[in-house]
Design a protein around this ligand. Structure first.
Ligand code: SF4
Ligand code: SF4
Ligand code: SF4
Length: 333
């Protein structure tokens, strides 16, 4: 393929477009990307239509990036198109890799969302209780519109995915790693092994510059309530930091400004459920595993200090977590 450029597409699900902006954040390195790749579909960057993507032959696109959560029938259609038309498909960003923040919708369902948003919010005036429809008639034509699904899903829960590049949004240092991958593909036709996660194999704690002293804590404090020691591990100062359960590779971005990790790189290489792993780490540092020494009231008091446990432990990964099944079994679907 030497001398040629690859065809690169960027497709989306439910997205804030932060992932697209992160690609633009390559700054002058985007010129390296432009030397290697022709952008053949990317709605944020140029005036592409879905019909442009639909026209490609099977596997005609070399590499596609996908960002956003799969939330509607149109997102499913785009995911299948990208899979069919691309030689390699990369889940790009936490929404695509794990379901991301929009995946927190799985604690509720479409009916509840429509009821609250279109009928119950204080500013809503909707006497006919009208909710979004999928079949409408406009200018004499019958139209089918995208349907909101009950569930938010990661890309691999809908189609086969070749590679994962996590982060919310992915760090520029990780996006830059795509450039040699594309260059090697152009020169040799080879791509990394399927399933490769373009990030670190270590945990965030392994890459963290702050000092750990293996100290236990007796309470959890919210980040805005203390001025932390800038040299010591935040978790050992009582601030909930998801470093032990989170994959490294982001450059410890939040820690560098003394903010705790929220877990956007997703689970570490050796665990699948990031939240469960973190709950175990918290229990250990709080001494809850020795709870026979603590009274029920004491254990409860410790756990009660964690505000919004679901949003804390599964902020980016609820759709791929074991607990997601519990919501389904309870009929939240
Ligand atoms: S991963 Fe983060 S930046 Fe990317 S689309 Fe999702 S919310 Fe936005
Ligand atoms: S818990 Fe957080 S602050 Fe502590 S070492 Fe791990 S990443 Fe660093
Ligand atoms: S420190 Fe944690 S939340 Fe912050 S960018 Fe890195 S993985 Fe994401």
């Amino acid at each position: 393929m030497s001398g040629k450029k690859i065809k690169l597409a960027v497709g989306i699900g439910s997205t804030c477009e932060g992932c697209s902006v992160a690609i633009l954040d390559l700054n002058e390195k985007i010129l390296d990307l432009a030397r290697l790749a022709d952008i053949v579909y990317w709605v944020l960057a140029l005036d592409f239509k879905l019909s442009d993507l639909e026209k490609f032959q099977e596997k005609e696109i070399d590499i596609s990036l996908h960002h956003g959560t799969i939330r509607t029938s149109e997102h499913v259609h785009i995911a299948h198109l990208l899979r069919e038309k691309s030689k390699a498909l990369i889940a790009f960003g936490s929404c695509s890799c794990f379901g991301g923040i929009p995946g927190l919708c799985n604690v509720t369902n479409r009916e509840e969302i429509f009821r609250v948003v279109y009928q119950e919010t204080p500013s809503t005036i909707n006497p006919g209780a009208i909710i979004p429809q999928t079949q409408i008639r406009q200018n004499g034509h019958d139209l089918t519109l995208p349907e909101l699904h009950n569930e938010g899903r990661a890309l691999h829960q809908v189609v086969d995915v070749d590679y994962y590049l996590p982060g919310c949004p992915p760090a520029v240092e990780l996006i830059e790693k795509l450039i040699p991958i594309i260059k090697n593909f152009l020169e040799t036709g080879n791509l990394p092994p399927q399933g490769t996660v373009i990030a670190s194999e270590k945990t965030l704690c392994d890459e963290c510059p702050l000092e750990r002293q293996n100290k236990m804590i007796d309470k959890i404090v919210r980040p805005h309530k203390i001025i932390p020691d800038p040299k010591r591990c935040l978790l050992e100062q009582g601030i909930l930091c998801l470093g032990p359960a989170t994959r490294g590779g982001c450059g410890t971005k939040c820690i560098n400004v003394l903010m705790p990790c929220r877990g956007c790189m997703g689970p570490t290489a050796d665990v699948s459920d990031q939240g469960a792993k973190m709950i175990g780490a918290i229990a250990s540092i709080l001494g809850v595993e020795k709870e026979k020494d603590l009274s029920d009231a004491e254990v409860e008091k410790i756990i009660d200090q964690i505000k919004d446990p679901l949003g804390t432990f599964y902020r980016f990964t609820l759709p791929v977590a074991s607990i997601n099944k519990t919501f389904h079994e309870k009929g939240v679907k």
